[in-house]
Design a protein around this ligand. Sequence first.
Ligand code: AP5
Length: 210
Amino acid sequence: MKMVFLGPPGAGKGTVAAAAKDYYGIPHISTGDLFRSNIKNETELGLKVKSILASGGLVPDSITIEMVRNRLAEPDCEKGFILDGFPRTIPQADALAEMVDLDAVVDFQISAEEVVERLSGRRMCPSTGRIYHIVFNPPKVDGKDDETGEDLIQREDDKEEAIKHRLDVYTQQTEPLINYYKAKGLIREVKTNNDLTPAQVFELTRKALS
Ligand code: AP5
């Protein structure tokens, strides 16, 4: 299964992908995680994109497309993959269409108010990228990762100003992809909100894909 997870920041793409990768036995490729790992390791790419991520803007298409092209060429992607956070622009979608034939694009829908509630309470394990929420999906021990015990962190771009900017960028540059993929018959809608648990959203996703 070759699929894309589409949706505004905080829609729960990464949370559902964490369950879906085990269920479908395919890798979860998050462009945001790839950029954050480069920033953490202070690579040339990481230094180039650090301030862009902190502000909530988009990394230039040329850099992002090249990174995804290299990742999809790895052998673990042969049977399928979940692309989370890519494509985000029409040129990225056109480039992806030249690389692979997709089976489905899941469009996660959520209100802007709930996005703000989710992102302001999100915490993350810095080494594994495991995602929590202080209210909706708390760790077993306050502030610590369930498996490694490391201190959880708040993402730079989960501050109020950056969240607003990310939502604007999503509306202007990424939302047009819904119609782009509708025209190709690939869209599967999943309506989500903060009353549904991550397990319930995964179940809705599984049904939408079956
Ligand atoms: P990226 O990391 O992709 O960020 P995003 O798309 O903004 O998505 P998020 O990771 O914020 O949200 P999510 O939908 O995965 O939600 P999550 O599961 O964490 O990108 C970061 C940056 O990298 C971009 O701004 C850009 O600069 C750059 N970038 C990345 N890709 C790029 C591209 N293609 N082109 C150019 N630049 C690119 O959940 C959110 C919170 O909600 C968590 O706390 C979670 O615990 C909680 N939650 C999840 N599910 C539920 C539920 N059912 N109920 C209640 N709470 C829930």
